[in-house]
Design a protein around this ligand. Structure first.
Ligand code: ZN
Length: 445
């Protein structure tokens, strides 16, 4: 844990130092080479087979081959209702969502930072017909904001994928391409569908495959010929699809993936725990070689678990990350709402759908090519919202707040708001488990 916290301190400091030109460091090719990780990634050559080694060439001792470590962060659902779209509007068809992510940005520092783009992006092109619920079309600039925050990969296989038909898929894919922002999930051709996502993250090959268990019954909006490749589908009510998903995992490994992330859009909305079938599916897929299950869709946080295989290796199962950046208020929860309403005068804009988390994971590759999952930890987040311009006084629209050591950032001084932050944090910790928290007080020593 000490090493992890030191790493997080270092990463946070780097993020703060780079905050002036943060948006420029998204391209891995632009990043400053780090001698600690710029080590040959292939297993060391067998020098006994090398005749030159016999004539006095220096032999590289295995001890000199350093391990490679990378960090990965996972965040939940991103989607915009009409309220925040209106707040973000800067012109007739221009928007700026960056202010919504300003406070969480210093914490998004991983080599690979992935969140879930729940809905189509600029589905009609030119920010025409941008819209919130029920058929979502989030403006193009959401991608600029997510990159600014530090994300460098998004998941796009979701139940809202068909909200604007195949046109919405084509324009979403084009939006990502235009912003030079990588994603996995939506495909505009069979060739795309069959092209595996494998990312070289500082010398570790990370494979990602994304599925959704629903398209909200909007199949008819996408022509049948395109429907087969537009997004990967699976059924989360049975084990029937595990076999072909296991084959997808095997295919990814065959294509060179050393670590496999499965993004699953699944489960029951607004529940605090996965179904028994989700647990079974997650266990089977972990046994089949998935290293991380990145679950989402419930709009609430769920527990996180390690799955241990017989060989001693382990997989990380995140059943649901909750909402990350959203203005979803339909949920009322008596147990939470009453605490909060009692504590600060009945503010109506609170529910478990404002709770989320950033999950941090460390991956190590040893010189002999072995991959292992290291420390994992959680930073609870709270997406605060206010459209009155006065009720909160600290947020205009929505804003993702880190809950460091259970507290809102210090600039939030209102006692009742701070209490709201504490209650939110306690609720998240109760579900996820205190053992996953990073002790940020250690970082201050
Ligand atoms: Zn969803």
């Amino acid at each position: 844990m000490k090493q992890l916290t030191q790493l997080l301190v270092a990463l946070t400091l780097v993020a703060l130092l780079l905050s002036c030109n943060h948006s420029q460091d998204q391209n891995p090719e632009d990043s400053v080479p780090n001698t600690a990780i710029a080590i040959p990634t292939d297993p060391s050559p067998d020098l006994t087979e090398n005749p030159e080694a016999e004539v006095g060439e220096p032999i590289v001792e295995p001890a000199e081959m350093a391990d490679i470590s990378i960090t990965i962060q996972f965040a939940g659902d991103v989607f915009m209702h009409q309220g925040p779209i209106d707040v973000a509007r800067t012109g007739e068809d221009t928007f700026d969502f960056k202010p919504f992510l300003t406070h969480i940005r210093p914490f998004i520092t991983a080599d690979l930072a992935i969140a879930n783009m729940e809905v189509p992006v600029d589905a009609r092109g030119g920010n025409v017909d941008v819209a919130g619920w029920p058929h979502f079309n989030t403006p193009f600039e959401i991608l600029k904001a997510l990159q600014y925050a530090g994300f460098n990969h998004m998941i796009t296989a979701n139940n809202h994928a068909f909200d604007f038909g195949f046109e919405g898929i084509v324009n979403t894919v084009n939006s990502f391409a235009r912003q030079e922002f990588a994603h996995t999930g939506m495909n505009t051709s069979l060739a795309d569908f069959n092209t595996p996502t494998i990312l070289d993250i500082n010398g570790i090959q990370v494979g990602i495959v994304a599925y959704t268990d629903s398209v909200n019954g909007l199949e008819a909006l996408v022509p049948e010929a395109s429907r087969v490749y537009a997004v990967r589908r699976f059924n989360s009510q049975t084990l029937a699809d595990v076999e072909h998903m296991a084959q997808n995992i095997a295919d990814l490994r065959e294509a060179g993936a050393e670590l496999v992330i499965l993004a699953l859009h699944w489960g029951e909305e607004y529940q605090n725990a996965p179904t028994q079938m989700q647990r079974l599916i997650a266990a089977e897929l972990s046994e089949a070689g998935a290293d991380v299950i990145m679950g989402k869709h419930s709009h609430t946080v769920h527990p996180i678990e390690w799955h241990y295989r017989e060989d001693g290796s382990r997989a990380l199962i995140i059943y649901s990350l909750g909402n990350f950046l959203a203005d979803q208020t339909r949920l009322t929860d008596a147990s939470v709402a009453s605490q909060i309403n009692d504590s600060w005068g009945g503010h109506p804009f609170i529910g478990r759908t404002q709770f989320g988390m950033l999950v941090n994971l460390e991956i190590t590759k040893t010189a002999d090519g072995q991959i292992s999952l290291g420390e994992a930890s959680v930073l609870p987040t709270l997406c605060m919202r206010d459209f009155s311009g006065e009720t909160l006084g600290v947020v205009d629209g929505v804003s993702v707040m880190p809950l460091v050591n259970g507290e809102l950032p210090e600039f939030v001084t209102d006692a009742s708001l701070r209490q709201w932050g504490q209650v939110a944090s306690e609720h998240i910790v109760e579900i996820v488990g205190a053992e996953w928290l990073v002790d940020f007080s250690e970082m201050m020593e």
